[in-house]
Design a protein around this ligand. Structure first.
Ligand SMILES: Cc1cc2nc3c(=O)[nH]c(=O)nc-3n(C[C@H](O)[C@H](O)[C@H](O)COP(=O)(O)O)c2cc1C
Length: 209
């Protein structure tokens, strides 16, 4: 299975070659893979920022445990989750679904009411927790797509969310940073690429009941 080979090839890249850039066409493929991610009810309750700007990345680096990937990678990808999911978000989704699938929107009312009954009753914290989980599914597909394209990536939680929110002006857009990733090409000097994968034995990770 090629997927398993790709997953064995990838590793969380610690040092990127700052001279190598990802091509536009590969970047489009990565974006499409993220966009095709499954999401709860199909609502895609997150937004993905692709940060190329050097100055912004220099400001973000000290707020990211000083990690070099932030400035050296070809792109910094910031997965932001929506902090609120209100009625209009669900209505917009239903309109989009009716349009794309050529359905009568009135026939979706029952489904819409069901979604609203579940989502609108969530507390703010539960909403943020739920929307950020969706963003992680996008992250997983980014990692898989990059591995197939032989592009290196590092998923990252080592950053200060409040500083990201402030530097990127996320709160005013109703967003909050969930998780980030850096993508590009590994430096030959990155010793991590030679390390064996550390994983629990399969029989410890899984239990059949
Ligand atoms: C959500 C998440 C956050 C992570 N945060 C960081 C990080 O801030 N910096 C880093 O160098 N690696 C980070 N990692 C990489 C993990 O340490 C790495 O995936 C793990 O050790 C397994 O190694 P592998 O991905 O090379 O197979 C993160 C991974 C995930 C999934």
């Amino acid at each position: 299975m090629q997927l398993l080979k790709n997953l064995a090839w990838r590793y969380a890249t610690k040092k990127f070659d700052s001279k190598k850039r990802i091509s536009e066409s590969d970047l489009e493929k990565i974006k499409e893979a993220i966009s095709l991610s499954a999401s709860s009810y199909g609502l895609q309750t997150y937004k993905v920022l692709i940060i190329e700007d050097t100055e912004i990345r220099k400001r973000l680096q000290p707020k990211s445990w000083g990690q070099s990937q932030i400035v050296d990678a070809s792109q910094l990808i910031v997965f932001c989750n929506y902090t609120k999911v209100e009625e209009n978000v669900i209505d917009d989704y239903l309109k989009l679904k009716a349009d794309i699938q050529e359905l009568n929107i009135d026939d979706l009312k029952g489904y819409g009411d069901f979604m609203k009954s579940k989502i609108l009753e969530l507390t703010d914290n539960a909403t943020k927790n739920w929307t950020s989980k969706q963003a992680y599914i996008g992250l997983a597909n980014l990692l898989v797509a990059c591995a197939e394209l032989k592009i290196d990536a590092c998923p990252m939680e080592g950053f200060e969310p409040e500083a990201y929110d402030e530097i990127l002006g996320l709160s005013e857009k109703g967003l909050s940073v969930a998780v980030i990733a850096t993508i590009g090409y590994r430096s030959e000097e990155d010793l991590t690429q030679h390390s064996r994968k550390v994983r629990k034995p399969i029989n410890k990770l899984f239990e059949t009941i």
